[in-house]
Design a protein around this ligand. Structure first.
Ligand SMILES: *Cc1c(COP(=O)(O)O)cnc(C)c1O
Length: 391
């Protein structure tokens, strides 16, 4: 069925027969990415968890579960979805600063591997609820490494000013407290420094921080079974055709070279965007081409309700016209959605082939934080999804 691929790799028969807007997932690319991850970690005490919040589409989850990854979860709903997709509960980590009682109970009931604890009140509640259920909950502490955001602007979650994690100064005391609690089992330390990180320097700094902490706790006779370095590896939004896979060799190589794991210690990674980002595109039709005095607008049937990243973070995605050819001549357009918000803009001043009503437009690299952040604002329908390739 998916024989005729266009120059960007889209199965055009599938694209043309599906009502827009929809997400198009290239399962061959997803599997190529997963296979490369498994190749990079082979022979190392490494375990990769998929961050489900990046994309919780059931088919995507099932494909990733089959490749043997664990999961990083941030809600009870995600725990349920991961279990339904066949992920192993023992390889689940539940993160988040505001875990509610039912979510904690759900995790304990299902025997998830770790609660990634972000505060002392949370530690107390997990201990209490596990006690009531006659169980012991595995925990890691989420450490806020306070890596300077001004030096590294792409780091957004690992500084002292944000809500995530426990500060390094408070850590000694929190660990000592946890070791006295009967219903938690302290398994390790966790770090997650930010997202869309495309240079290795923040990870180099993270390795140095982790090495320092491991020395410190060695001296106190405390061994951690798990070190979790979070996720955040970025993708190429500007040129997805040139870099369909992130540089996984450089990423894992940085930790292989620099992080001094102890014997019987596992290194966990939690990748979201790097796994699913490039395999998804948002496909839409051009509803109108509209000209004003100084601008030409392409108005799509897809909007910020389908892909909110441009409106939310001023993120930029590659926009491609799948119908028109460059040989038709080119024009500069603003590419916008139909939603009643000025921020419903996918691209400013975008050079595209001369575009007409009815043309098919692909918004690339939309596999992560696209469908999973979609909404029904303006009483629009949620986008559907189709899958090309795969086993
Ligand atoms: C969001 C998140 C991730 C994944 O981040 P990516 O940038 O998609 O790799 C990993 N760990 C935690 C704790 C997260 O909140």
């Amino acid at each position: 069925m998916n024989n005729a691929l266009d120059k960007h790799g889209f199965a055009m028969d599938l694209v043309e027969q599906t009502a827009t807007p929809f997400y198009y997932y290239d399962l061959d690319l997803l599997h190529a990415t997963l296979d490369e991850i498994n190749r990079q970690i082979e022979g190392h005490p490494f375990k990769v968890h998929y961050a489900v919040k990046a994309n919780g589409n059931p088919r995507i989850l099932k494909e990733i579960a089959e490749s043997g990854l664990g999961t990083d979860l941030v809600s009870g709903g995600e725990i349920k979805a991961a279990i339904a997709a066949g992920f192993d509960p023992r390889e689940m980590t539940f993160s988040g600063v505001g875990k509610t009682d039912w979510e904690i109970r759900l995790g304990i009931e299902n025997g998830i591997g770790c609660f990634n604890v972000e505060s002392i009140p949370e530690l107390e509640v997990i201990n209490q609820l596990a006690g009531e259920m006659g169980k012991k909950a595995g925990i890691t502490f989420r450490v806020n490494p306070d890596i300077d955001a001004h030096t590294h602007k792409y780091i957004t979650t690992g500084t002292a000013d944000n809500k995530f994690g426990i500060s390094i100064e408070a850590l000694d005391q929190v660990i000592r407290h946890a070791l006295t609690l009967p219903h938690v089992n302290l398994r390790g330390l966790h770090f997650h420094i930010g997202s869309q990180i495309t240079e290795m320097q923040p990870y180099v700094m993270l390795c140095e921080t982790v090495n320092r902490l491991l020395d410190r706790y060695d001296a106190q006779g405390i061994h951690f079974e798990i070190i979790n370095v979070g996720g955040g590896l970025g993708i190429d939004y500007m040129d997805p055709d040139a870099h369909p896979l992130p540089d996984l060799e450089e990423y894992f190589g940085t930790f292989k070279r620099l992080l001094k794991l102890r014997p019987n210690q596992l290194l966990h990674f939690e990748l979201g965007r790097a796994i699913v980002g490039e395999c998804g595109s948002l496909i839409s039709h051009v509803v109108f081409v509209k000209e004003t005095r100084n601008k030409k607008f392409i108005i799509l049937d897809a909007g910020m309700t389908d892909l909110i990243r441009p409106a939310l973070y001023e993120a930029r995605h590659k926009v491609q016209n799948l119908t028109a050819a460059d040989s038709d001549g080119q024009e500069t357009y603003d590419v916008v959605g139909p939603v009643c918000e000025s921020s419903d803009v996918f691209a400013h001043d975008c050079l595209l082939p001369v575009t007409r009503r009815g043309d098919l437009i692909a918004i690339r690299s939309a596999g992560a934080y696209g469908e999973s952040m979609s909404s029904c604002y303006n009483m629009r329908s949620l986008p559907s999804s189709v899958f090309a390739g795969g086993k």
